[in-house]
Write a new protein. Structure first.
Length: 232
């Protein structure tokens, strides 16, 4: 009965999120198919991932290597996204299962991911994290540094340049942040036309991200609820 209750809860949450995305796309004059929902399942059990998969969610994100690797090993038929900061010494592990790595912000990490992907016989899609507030604690490369980083990814075997990503700065207007990200994306596409992905927007601001061209929305709380405390 508990499992059925959780299934019903996730189904209701998914329907509500889908309604928000559909309305945002309509308001922005974009087709719904332009936007992919990425369910951020970090700290939630693998059983929730299975429920979401069976409800039609195709893309799932994690941010801790050990947890992500364990889930990816047992759950198929989804595209695995890694959305956390990647330590260079974890790059080979992440590249062995992640289909998309979102937070790539330095050349050393590009090289490590490329090497790991080649050893695993895989091609990993990479999104470049753009810093929109200059806070080094939150990661990301400064917008002027993104084109050179994009060039490095494009010439690294084992990697596929997908586009850009960012997190809206805390306490700032997400409209301004996502407008800036959209501008950076346009610059990248001028050099690499296939790099069309923009990963932006979360539970609280997904509508503004869609308005500014986001193609991938990273949604956790609105889908799964308030996260349980991390086990230490």
């Amino acid at each position: 009965m508990a499992e059925l209750t959780r299934t019903a809860q996730l189904q209701a949450n998914l329907e509500a999120v889908e309604a928000r995305i559909a309305a945002a796309c309509q308001a922005a004059g974009r087709p719904r198919d332009d936007v992919t929902l990425v369910a951020v399942t970090k700290t939630w059990p693998a059983s929730d991932v299975l429920i979401l998969r069976d409800l039609g969610v195709t893309d799932v994100a994690e941010n801790r290597d050990q947890e992500a690797a364990a889930k990816a090993m047992t759950i198929d038929d989804v595209r695995w996204h890694f959305v956390g900061a990647v330590q260079t010494n974890k790059a080979a592990s992440v590249a062995s299962y992640a289909d998309v790595v979102h937070a790539v912000d330095r050349i050393r990490l590009v090289r490590a991911l490329g090497s790991g992907a080649q050893r695993a016989g895989r091609v990993v899609r990479v999104l470049l994290q753009v810093s929109l507030d200059g806070d080094p604690a939150r990661g990301g490369a400064a917008p002027p540094d993104i084109p050179a980083l994009a060039d490095q990814v494009a010439r690294t075997a084992g990697l596929d340049l997908g586009g850009v990503m960012a997190v809206a700065p805390l306490g700032q207007d997400p409209d301004r942040a996502y407008a800036r990200l959209e501008t950076v994306s346009t610059t990248v596409q001028g050099r690499h036309p296939a790099a069309t992905w923009i990963s932006a927007g979360m539970s609280g601001d997904l509508e503004r991200a869609v308005h500014h061209g986001a193609t991938h929305l990273r949604v956790g709380t609105a889908l799964l609820g308030v996260r349980p405390p991390l086990r230490r």
